[in-house]
Design a protein around this ligand. Structure first.
Ligand SMILES: *Cc1c(COP(=O)(O)O)cnc(C)c1O
Ligand code: SF4
Length: 336
């Protein structure tokens, strides 16, 4: 009989890691799972050549079958629209490389820094401005962690650290726990913020080990999830949110305004209400970053402002997100 040695056992992936590894990356499998026409396959393959398809099966399970317009599907299905070159859409729309004193550390805004912990994500969103980043699977913060901590020690006016990416929750809890405990040694720090789409697309990631390090840190913990449509929030997501709140995290959401996905007031109103059911308040509604390959998702500023006005009429103030755009060389997100 084959014996499992102790070291083999230690290397066994956890359940969420297996689910992540089991994400659909083959366009043919996605079309099959949703009973969509194989005629879409050639363009899905073409459009995924430079930024591959990736979507966890539990997220696919929340999509309607035989519906090419499904708002969750549109966020992940590679289509020929992405190959259209559009003027005014660039490869690095935020010129982020300019505000990087340490590789992987962005210091653009006063008092807070953003750490790109990993290039990996649990899902590949077709509208993402990171689609052209060279570091897709690289791990900038890993080699530069000590330099990042030194930078924080030298810049004591920084009181908030934002873990971002890619998606920081694709990293192991062992690693995250030790990074966060390093951050806890910096006397000036007040708040740890985590920007993540993982609890939405893979709620199984919210495991006791994750909740342990969140509960253990003396920093305020703010988890900013990324959810664009009410259909993304099922019972599992609500449970995951409840667990994060019990561990002491404050929960906020950021969305991107996306043509054909959530650019109507009913969708946006329903999203805010559904978020509240999950114990999450809306934070930002982003105008799309003008990245090459995503032009077909863009919504005009006029339309965006109209939508926000309608939301303001229909929702209590605390369910209204801030409509913003991120611009290079600005000291904060720009309100519209
Ligand atoms: C969005 C962002 C932040 C956080 O901004 P808030 O307005 O505090 O949410 C910080 N740093 C960078 C580089 C950002 O893009
Ligand atoms: S999860 Fe966030 S960083 Fe990753 S592809 Fe989607 S939008 Fe981009």
């Amino acid at each position: 009989m084959h014996m499992i040695t102790r070291s083999q056992r230690l290397q066994q992936p956890t359940r969420w890691q297996s689910l992540l590894a089991d994400a659909i990356t083959d366009p043919a499998r996605l079309l099959e799972a949703l009973e969509l026409s194989p005629e879409l396959l050639p363009q899905a393959i073409r459009a995924s050549a430079s930024f591959r398809l990736k979507v966890p099966r539990s997220f696919v399970a929340r999509m309607a079958k035989q519906d090419l317009q499904d708002p969750l599907l549109r966020q992940v299905l590679p289509l020929d629209d992405e190959l259209v070159e559009s003027t005014g859409f660039s490869l690095d729309p935020l010129s982020e490389r300019e505000s990087m004193p340490v590789p992987g550390l962005l210091h653009k805004y006063q008092g807070r820094i953003l750490l790109t912990m990993t290039g990996a994500c649990a899902v590949h969103c077709r509208y993402c401005f990171r689609r052209h980043y060279p570091y897709t699977e690289a791990n900038p913060a890993r080699e530069h962690w000590h330099s990042s901590l030194d930078y924080l020690r030298q810049n004591t006016q920084i009181t908030e650290v934002i873990l971002s990416g890619g998606d920081p929750l694709t990293l192991s809890d062992q690693r995250l726990g030790s990074l966060v405990s390093d951050l806890g040694t910096l006397a000036q720090l007040e708040t740890l913020r985590i920007h993540t789409r993982v609890p939405v697309v893979l709620p199984e990631r919210v495991v006791p080990e994750l909740l342990d390090w969140i509960a253990a840190t003396s920093l305020n913990v703010v988890v900013v999830i990324h959810c664009n449509h009410a259909n993304e929030i099922d019972g599992h997501v609500i449970e995951a949110m409840r667990a994060l709140r019990s561990a002491g995290a404050t929960l906020l959401n950021q969305s991107v305004l996306l043509r054909g996905i959530n650019d109507n007031s009913d969708s946006l109103v329903n999203l805010s209400k559904r978020l509240l059911e999950a114990g999450v308040l809306p934070y930002y509604l982003h105008q799309l970053d003008r990245v090459q390959g995503a032009a077909h998702f863009s919504v005009s500023d006029t339309r965006a402002k109209q939508l926000l006005d309608t939301m303001r009429d229909r929702l209590p103030g605390y369910l209204l997100p801030r409509l913003v755009r991120e611009e290079p060389h600005k000291s904060a997100k720009t309100p519209l």
